[in-house]
Design a protein around this ligand. Sequence first.
Ligand code: GLU
Length: 521
Amino acid sequence: MLEDQNAEQASLGQSFRSLDKERKGRVNLREILEVLKKSGLSKKDPRLKSFYEKVGQLNGVNELTFKEFDKLIQDQSLLFDKVFQNQLIIPEFNRFSEEIKKIYNEVKKNNGGKVADYIPQLKRVAPENFGVSICTIDGQIFSTGECDQYFSIQSTSKTLNYCLALEEFGQDKVHTHVGREPSGHGFNEITLDPKKRPHNPFINAGAIMTSSMVKPTLEPAERFDYVLDMWKRAAGGSQPTFNNAVYLSERATADRNFALGYFMRENNSFPEQTKLIETLEFYFQCCSIELTAESMATVSATLANSGICPLTQDKLFTPDTVKNCLSLMSSCGMYDFSGEFAFTIGLPAKSGVGGGLLIVIPNLMGICVWSPPLDAMGNSVRGIDFCERLVENFNFHNFDSLIAGHSKKMDPRVNQNLANSDDIQSILWAASKGSLREVQAFLARGFDINQADYDGRTALHLASSEGKKEMVEYLLGHSADPTAKDRWGGTPLSDAEREGHKEVENLLKKYKGSKKPVSKR
Ligand code: GLU
């Protein structure tokens, strides 16, 4: 326990030091807010609520001591550590957001497709609406376009209902009633597999089936409240809404869905005691829920984060449930385009006829694209266009790791600074071991020999303190700075003296007197 506290204190100290660059023992509030803004965490992030409240009470105080800083961030110290030490999953979030914005602008030019018109409420939605929102598993958010407007989630509701059925009844029971095979038929085809099950949870018959396994014993009103609340929790607390007009229209034009229901009942496909009409109505209600693209991206990020909402740490589903859901999204989530999508995009996704598209990049982020015009398969035209461009630019396809060696795709997970700090660690290590060849290789790559680690230690410090005479000579001959000071004020010379390396000492003294290397630090 004490150890944990000490470790936390130590890392808090690191955060403080990373902000207190001039070692004044104080940090600047404006700078803290600036770092936070750049990190991609939203001002509305529920985890930052108490932080912003405390900032509000500071009444213009701008310089904070360590104690004040500690008090400010203590409720979320782990999150703040990640922010200040640049360890969020996408370290350069601004840069990444700019790339996404470029893709968005390109996709916006695509005016193909037709808005769903099987019910008037969907037909009336303006085709120009276009929003893209991204939420990482650390809760970094980027939204552009119409991301605050509520839209009909339609078939994307099939994802959550499947997860809820799995949580309640377990995989074996659920899959005695619904298969996990792409159907090879249209999404509302009247067909069952040889075991008389609908083919998968993401075609209509299968979704009606999983709906029958979501709190079947509750009263209809309670059942709906339960699902709505699960959407809210998955969306980090943002309230979803219900569009009653959509629901009434859905129900009034649902001959096919009723037919599917009766067909399955005729074949004894449902669990015992299923109330068919209640189940169908519940299914229509779920399709009539509305969310914004930004909330939907958080739902998607909850799936990317193995069932834990990144904004609240609320644990909604077990990782197994999410794994099953994502597996089926990968093979069956995009209507009759699912195989093609799995091949070219290689990401689990689910679309709905309201123009929403939910995309999951496991362990990285959730994305929602909302653009109502649909292609012939029923997928959002801009949604597909966006995904194609996304995986052209970033290494997000499931199997991109296999071509990493000869691919020019970007990986926003890579922390450029960290990559650099790995290099620093490597060159320091090589210098301390006297490994000339490795140090030469670094210099050949244009590495600055005077770069220091977090404590201000340079290659020359390390080589001197280990008494590596040849290495010291080599470094000095290549512009290493003999006057460099570490954070305790130590120089390569004082290191050599302390460790009793006479020859190195002499070398450093001689060099110091004869040449003045240029420090690039
Ligand atoms: N409400 C639609 C139906 O069941 C869902 C359509 C969809 O998004 O695939 O017919």
